[in-house]
Design a protein around this ligand. Structure first.
Ligand SMILES: Nc1ncnc2c1ncn2[C@@H]1O[C@H](COP(=O)(O)OP(=O)(O)O)[C@@H](O)[C@H]1O
Ligand SMILES: [Mg+2]
Length: 435
């Protein structure tokens, strides 16, 4: 697992210290404070490559640049080896070479790393398939440094240049899933099981016939059965279903290829898997947001061996994701992080775990920092009403003055069953005189 990541003079904060737990790590915070950036750096620490360097079609995952080029920039990280020891590594930025220095050779992660980007792309690194073979003076063929998929590559396959020739290193979801369905073997069953477990129905998916979208297009397209159709081509499915299918495919592909490569090379399969997940709720309806994190943890447990440790590091903007993990959160294995601006600087804090009970509770907690889970107009009318009840004068943008004006504003913006009404009405009746 990745134990710790310390950044100095790089990214949005002068210093960041991400001290991780061994199972679930959730990172929250406003837009632009560095959640995706931290995941990029975590990927780099584990694999020694920046995603964008391996696939120029990516629109994120650029190499980290120092904030102030005149002072030293450092990335330090610690991870647990397969033997269970903790190892620390340090890299500093060389301005002259425009790159991060470090010990050459094999990347350090003992297990596969799967990074789900926010836009539907994925980066996969596999200790059995992606490393540099340099032993002393022996010149051994380099292997691929990693698999970085743009959203399009996940579906249509990934081609990378090897020895100057474009080579298909992954066939992609459409071709692979179609042939798994035709073979009707272990892979088809596993794919259907994983997609089922990740979706709200939590039963193996009913796969429809393999289709062609037009006479001129030879691309096979798997289809799914829904409540209203026997064959929705997967490329026509909603973005939520495509996100889930893409994720299921990447998990099944990464793990089964890892197992296959390990067998071929006579290695043991990895004892740990690290999942990096950006905006884990992307595209998902609340019903799906509520199940995604527990489902991923369950799927990984089922997909891998019983003793494979799975570490999840995920960025989220969803109060429902936080509400959904309340029954599972365990202080010994899980941690919540929050990025926020204080005194003009970005700070990364560990949030002491406190269940909030529901989405509303999370929205108005420090983690999301909304004062109210209502419209801005309703929040302002209530602020004015509360000031009025306390006998305070409040400058408000709407210029609301006095009880009657405030009452009118409340009527405009609050529904009849809003819990604010009873207190306001009782107060108004007791203080009947016009203000
Ligand atoms: N490659 C990079 N090198 C240095 N800083 C970066 C890099 N990429 C992003 N950042 C920093 O991170 C900020 C964007 O953060 P980001 O991770 O996209 O936010 P979030 O995911 O929390 O919305 C940028 O304003 C910049 O300060
Ligand atoms: Mg982001």
């Amino acid at each position: 697992m990745l134990e710790r990541l310390v950044l100095k003079n790089v990214g949005p904060a002068p210093k960041m210290d991400l001290d991780l737990q061994r199972r679930m790590n959730l990172i929250t915070g406003d837009n632009g404070l560095g959640k995706s950036f931290l995941l990029d750096v975590a990927w780099w620490a584990l694999t020694r490559k920046w995603p964008r360097d391996l696939n120029p079609r990516l629109t994120s995952g650029y190499p980290a640049r120092p904030t102030d080029r005149t002072s030293p920039a450092r990335l330090r990280f610690a991870l647990t080896t397969d033997a269970g020891n903790s190892q620390t590594f340090e890299s500093s930025y060389s301005v002259r070479d425009e790159s991060w220095t470090g010990r050459p050779g094999r990347p350090h992660s003992p297990g596969p790393v799967i990074y789900a980007h926010a836009d539907g792309g994925f980066s996969v690194w596999d200790p059995a398939r992606n490393y540099w073979k340099k032993r002393g003076n022996v010149d051994v063929q380099d292997r691929l440094p990693g698999y970085v998929f743009s959203p399009q590559d996940v579906w249509k396959g990934l081609d990378v240049p090897i020895d100057g020739r474009s080579t298909k290193v992954c066939k992609g979801l459409l071709d692979d899933w179609s042939s798994w369905i035709r073979e009707n073997g272990e892979s088809a069953r596993r794919m259907s099981e994983v997609v089922g477990a990740l979706s709200v129905r939590s039963e193996p998916w009913d796969v429809g016939p393999i289709l062609r979208l037009s006479v001129d297009d030879a691309q096979d397209v798997p289809s799914i059965r829904t409540e209203y159709s026997d064959a929705v081509p997967i490329v026509h499915a909603s973005s939520a279903i495509r996100r889930i299918t893409g994720l299921a495919y990447m998990l099944v592909w990464s793990w089964s290829e890892h197992v296959r490569a390990a067998e071929q090379l006579n290695l043991r399969t990895a004892g740990q898997v690290i999942l990096l997940f950006d905006e884990i709720e992307a595209h998902l309806h609340p019903r799906w947001q509520r199940t995604i994190v527990p489902a991923i943890l369950k799927v990984m447990d089922r997909l891998t061996n019983a003793d494979t440790g799975v570490q999840l590091i995920a960025a989220t903007h969803s109060p429902l994701v936080l509400a959904s993990v309340e029954p599972h959160f365990d202080d010994e294995r899980d941690r919540l992080f929050h990025l926020e601006i204080r005194d003009g600087e970005v700070h990364l804090d560990i949030v002491p775990w406190a269940a909030q009970g529901d989405v509303l509770g999370w929205l108005v907690s420090n983690v999301f920092g909304l004062r109210q889970a209502r419209s801005i107009e309703a929040e302002r009318a209530i602020d004015a009403a509360q000031a009025c009840m306390l006998g305070k004068r409040l400058e408000n943008p709407e210029g609301l003055r006095g009880r009657d004006q405030i009452h009118e504003a409340l009527r405009r913006v609050l529904p009849g069953n809003d819990p604010f009404w009873p207190g306001w009405i009782v107060w108004s009746e007791r203080n009947g005189s016009r203000q």
